[in-house]
Design a protein around this ligand. Structure first.
Ligand SMILES: [Zn+2]
Length: 177
């Protein structure tokens, strides 16, 4: 689960700052605000420290099973509100034993499993995979109606392309159903 990819860091020096250092994420970048009087060594030290702190914070709040369930509720009310009463997943979990698939669901008992392989992918890819599985709670097969519903999510096509690219690059054949 550790985020191994190093973020792009932008250091901003401020004359108004005396001692305080702060950091926040801005898209793919992390902005670190430091006092102008810091030396290069202090800058390096504080950037490391703030990145570690930010990563720890994000690790705690992101991508747990609870977050996944909250995300499922959000996606349902945003893209499938007219089916909300039928989409009541009993459990939405990250799993590591799902080698052939990005996600899967069992409409009979309302459970959804999402592969840990996508856990560190961008949010919009996770949203797609999750919405795909949520839609299967309404339409079990990949028919035209299914793709119509999935297509309500504007980045569906892009996410499918992204996942196909990963499959091609890794040699893994990961069906999306
Ligand atoms: Zn599917």
């Amino acid at each position: 689960m550790a985020r191994t990819r190093k973020p792009v860091v932008e250091v901003r020096r401020s004359q108004r700052r005396r001692r305080t250092v702060s950091a926040y994420r801005d898209g793919e970048r992390v902005v670190v605000l430091i006092p102008d009087r810091f030396s290069r060594a202090e800058e390096t030290e504080w950037v490391e420290r703030m990145l570690a702190r930010l990563a720890a914070r994000e690790e705690r709040i992101r991508r747990t099973d609870e977050e996944l369930l909250a995300r499922a509720r959000r996606l349902t009310s945003r893209y499938l509100p007219d089916y909300a009463v039928r989409i009541v997943p009993t459990s939405v979990r990250w799993v590591t034993n799902q080698n052939g698939r990005w996600g899967s669901c069992t409409p009979d008992d309302g459970t959804i499993r999402i592969s840990h392989r996508i856990q560190e992918m961008p949010d919009w890819v996770i949203d797609y995979v999750l919405l795909h599985e949520l839609t299967h709670l309404i339409v079990p097969s990949h028919n035209a109606r299914f793709w119509d519903l999935v297509g309500r999510y504007p980045k569906s096509e892009r996410a499918r392309g992204y996942l196909e690219g990963i499959s091609a690059a890794t040699g893994l054949v990961l069906a999306d159903d």
